[in-house]
Design a protein around this ligand. Structure first.
Ligand code: GDP
Length: 461
């Protein structure tokens, strides 16, 4: 399937760092190691050492020391790629690491393509495609939730689920085929209604995976959040507190936030992509009007609206307008300035929003109420807590498209059953669903797709 020639790359980020790792993998990895690595006594041959051992010494180029190193040796098949692998831990820093790589390349390895180590792990059957994709997600994880989710997938949570679905589909197809071939021993009497039940159940499970993708995107990229509220209620102050810096301009003249600002903030391991908007109110100021329209637009597409209300002022018709924007959205009402004497109480706000949204008292000035906000976010988006959240979540658009394909094929089976078509029609669509699910874990995928997926990896992974 591929050349098991020996590849090498720097696997750590190149820059001023304590350690840099040059990874070598392939059938000649140990020989390349022998050529470049020298123990202090000069006698030790890497290729004569046991697997999973670490060795101290030097990398030398034409007899000249390039760096002082520690080398880890992993023999096939007990390595990430399942090939012989040598990892050279040298000093970090651009020049030292590059010189070590250069020496390795001079001695029989070729530069690896981005993602080529993981691609080999996949092609050698050590991991499936869903696990390979999760390797990128682990590397790019921006928060604890994203990390835990990707690690779950890396450990095979999605693979197991897909595998179970495929087994059930295969069983039905095998039964149909056997019955068609050998009607004396396998009877199809009364089979269609049973198949209908089974396919409905399978389809429901796939639907659940498809709908998990929305949550998957939120986990991976963060919750797109819009802060709405009248001018001067403390929207910019809230954003500043969340971001921990003076990013937005805070003033007490109504209408200073004219355009929108976006900030990625983290609250207890949850990533929020917060958009601060111009205060919503009827305005004569043209520039401000543009900002207001934009705020309304953004509220429509956001995952979450934080609606800020000033507890030291009364609710008015502008609040009615904002409330109407929240329809069918996940929203939290933040009753700000709770450090001041209240004019509007949380009971009043609760009855104003008809109990449809949680109301939390906060003070952006004194930074209180943020724990309650964090807890509410977890309830709204992560069913409380991720540590107890072991559901499989889809994070890739490719996986989602294949699930939709599989579901459509199963819907076709249901339709064929309802129309009373013959059994061979069922098995065509069942096999189509089987193949679509298979592509998620990398069964029968084309070379182009494999190259496209691994091309997205960083160098050295
Ligand atoms: P925005 O127009 O909604 O973005 O409001 P700002 O964040 O610019 O705040 C308007 C005014 O309210 C500023 O003077 C803030 O210092 C003040 N403010 C914001 N939050 C609080 C709060 O929690 N308590 C008090 N006492 N003042 C606040």
């Amino acid at each position: 399937m591929y050349d098991s020639d020996t590849i090498a790359a720097i696997s750590t980020a190149v820059g001023g760092a304590g350690i840099g790792i040059v990874r070598i993998s392939g059938s000649d990895a140990l020989q390349v190691g022998d050529h470049v690595f020298f123990s202090p006594g000069g006698k030790k041959q890497l290729s004569a050492q046991k697997s999973h051992t670490v060795h101290y010494g030097y990398v030398k180029d034409d007899g000249q020391i390039v760096d002082e190193v520690l080398v880890t040796l992993m023999r096939a098949p007990r390595s990430f790629t399942t090939e012989d692998t040598v990892e050279i831990n040298c000093h970090g820093g651009v020049y030292a690491t590059r010189r070590v790589l250069e020496t390795v390349l001079k001695n029989g390895a070729r530069p690896a393509e981005p993602g080529e180590f993981t691609k080999r792990a996949f092609l050698n059957g050590r991991i499936d495609l869903s696990q390979a994709e999760s390797v990128i997600d682990v590397i790019q994880a921006k928060n604890e939730y994203a990390l835990q989710n990707s690690l779950g997938q890396l450990r095979g949570s999605l693979r197991r689920e897909i595998h179970a679905l495929r087994e059930r589909i295969l069983y039905q197809t095998a039964f149909i085929e056997s019955a068609l071939d050998d009607p004396e021993h396998y009877s199809l009497d009364g089979y269609p209604p049973k198949l209908h039940l089974e396919v409905e159940d399978l389809s429901g499970k796939i639907e659940k995976l498809i709908s998990s993708s929305d949550n998957g995107r939120i986990i991976k990229e963060g919750i797109s959040t819009v802060i709405l509220g009248k001018p001067n209620v403390g929207k910019s102050s809230l954003l500043n507190v969340l971001a921990g810096e003076d990013r937005a301009i805070v003033t007490d003249i109504a209408g200073t936030t004219r355009d929108t600002l976006e900030e990625t903030v983290s609250l207890g391991g949850i990533t929020l992509n917060v958009i601060d908007t111009a205060g919503i109110r009827n305005t004569e100021d043209y520039i401000e009007q543009i900002g207001v329209c934009k705020a309304q637009e953004m509220a429509k597409t956001a995952d979450l609206v934080l609606y800020v209300v000033d507890s030291s002022a009364a609710l008015d018709e502008n609040d009615d307008k904002i409330l109407s924007l929240l329809d069918h959205k996940k929203a939290i009402v933040l009753l700000n300035k709770s450090d001041l004497k209240p004019v509007t109480t949380s009971e009043e706000v609760r009855s104003f929003v008809g109990g449809r949204y949680p109301v939390i008292e906060i003070s952006a000035k004194e930074e209180t109420g943020l724990d309650a906000l964090e807890q509410t976010l977890k309830t709204l988006f992560y069913h409380g807590d991720l540590t107890s959240h072991d559901e499989v979540t889809i994070t890739s658009a490719r996986q989602k498209a294949e699930l939709i394909h599989a579901k459509d094929s199963l819907e076709n089976v249901l339709e064929s059953i309802s129309m009373g078509l013959s059994e061979d029609f069922f098995s065509i669509d069942l096999m189509d669903a089987y193949a679509a699910l298979g592509r998620i874990i990398g069964k029968e995928v084309g070379e182009d797709l494999v190259n496209e997926i691994f091309g997205r990896f960083c160098m050295g992974k």
